[in-house]
Design a protein around this ligand. Structure first.
Ligand SMILES: [Zn+2]
Length: 182
């Protein structure tokens, strides 16, 4: 939440991706050190980016884009975190648990989707003459740095929330660290 509130507004997708990859890299270095000293500490498995931008940017017209960075639930508060997410995203109640996959609501993608309704309203209101919005998500394994695919529960959840926002187009990308020029 603090991280999301600290992100700048109205950046391009490329700039948000750059910020995301740099934050993920810094966290990985810091958390590796902490993990060596406190091996039993639980660290979120994944980190995700959600960027909402209008589908077109007209020169001279108002433009609004927003981004969020989220983490998978972990530790003693895992259940409470998932319950909080279910309160914010009622569609999570329609996503079934599948064997061998995380509990619906556990993933870092869901942390970001908690901001979706607010972001959609703000981006639509702030982007004159642009009815369609593009939502791009990207997920990395926090400690290894490699891109992670959405689990079946997250795919289902994205499908459900898209039904609520008909003008929303969603994309999932899998960047490498070279995307940020690191
Ligand atoms: Zn998931």
């Amino acid at each position: 939440m603090i991280l999301t509130r600290s992100l700048p507004h109205n950046q391009s997708f490329k700039q948000y991706l750059h910020i995301f990859l740099l934050i993920a890299l810094c966290l990985r270095h810091t958390l590796s050190t902490i993990k060596r000293r406190l091996p039993t500490i639980e660290i979120p498995a994944t980190i995700s980016l959600l960027v909402l931008v209008p589908s077109r940017k007209k020169p001279g017209k108002p433009f609004c884009s927003l981004a969020s960075i989220g983490f998978s639930a972990c530790g003693r508060e895992r259940k409470d975190i998932i319950n909080d997410r279910k309160q914010i995203i009622p569609e999570l109640g329609n996503v079934e648990l599948r064997n061998g996959h995380p509990t619906p609501g556990n993933c870092s993608e869901v942390d970001n989707l908690c901001h979706l309704d607010e972001f959609v309203s703000l981006v639509r209101a702030g982007s004159e003459e642009c009815k369609r919005i593009v939502a791009v998500t990207s997920t990395l394994n926090l400690m290894k740095g490699n891109a992670e695919n959405n689990c079946p529960a997250c795919w289902k959840l994205i499908k459900l929330v898209r039904q609520k926002h008909k003008f929303l187009h969603t994309f999932v990308i899998a960047p490498g660290e070279s995307s940020a020029g690191i």
